[in-house]
Design a protein around this ligand. Sequence first.
Ligand SMILES: Nc1ncnc2c1ncn2[C@@H]1O[C@H](COP(=O)(O)OP(=O)(O)O)[C@@H](O)[C@H]1O
Ligand SMILES: [Mg+2]
Length: 273
Amino acid sequence: MIEINNLHFTYHQKSENPKKALNGISLSIKEGEFVTIIGQNGSGKTTLAKHLNVILSPTKGTVLIDGINTQEEEVWEIRKKVGMVFQNPDNQIICSTVRSDIAFGPENLGIDRVEIEKRVNESLRLLELNDFQNYPPYMLSEGLKQKVAIASVLAMETKYIIFDEPTSMLDPSGKKEVFELIINLRKKRDVTIIYITHIMKEVLKSDRVIVMSEGKVVLDNSPNKIFSKLEILRSLALDVPIIPDIVYRLRKRGISIPQQIITTQELINCLTQ
Ligand SMILES: Nc1ncnc2c1ncn2[C@@H]1O[C@H](COP(=O)(O)OP(=O)(O)O)[C@@H](O)[C@H]1O
Ligand SMILES: [Mg+2]
């Protein structure tokens, strides 16, 4: 379980221009959940994510990973549990071949050679990257680079994986492929996923949605409940997916259907009953 208690964070705290980014966040994430985090640019999503694998440390408050305070443990001990995939794959590709890049994370965790080979092979297989294993990552398309970044995190076998807008730099087919791969991970691995996105279609697939604004959590509920609060989402300048939007408009015209409908199939079922 991840437990965040009254987390505050200010960038450049001791400078003349401190910038408050997190403003008292408390939440917990249970094992096995698939949580998405949405919110306008600058609402603090990345800053929050960076606290979970100790890229940043709280100005105030605590972050506990499986009961361990991230401030009281070696950074690598926490990173054995929490992996992170960033928006831009170029930021996390380090080595000269795909294979060595995937091995880099487990090597840093001090895992033995035989086990590393096993994990690298397994990650290559899961992400269908076998044909590219000896390629230099910089020669690959953005979508393939992002798959390498995901394979690298998988090879670390962390229990929690944070994805920070992993599809935002990809073309439409890359977006779809990488997203499907991520949601399928749960079928293959016992993994807890924290998925930051601004793509509302992606949000619909999660168990739980956390909406952030100005460094705070403003909504935390199932996708159905979240998307029935269209006014709040609009006031936060967030997109609303197409089906909840249609439902909202139909209801405004006096057609009686529940606002919690979020998928095409649910809408069809309801209208043809
Ligand atoms: N390195 C930094 N230095 C100063 N301010 C920053 C830095 N990174 C982010 N911020 C500020 O912190 C706030 C939250 O940013 P961020 O966590 O990146 O939001 P999001 O990921 O939701 O777009 C924003 O106001 C942003 O400008
Ligand atoms: Mg961000």
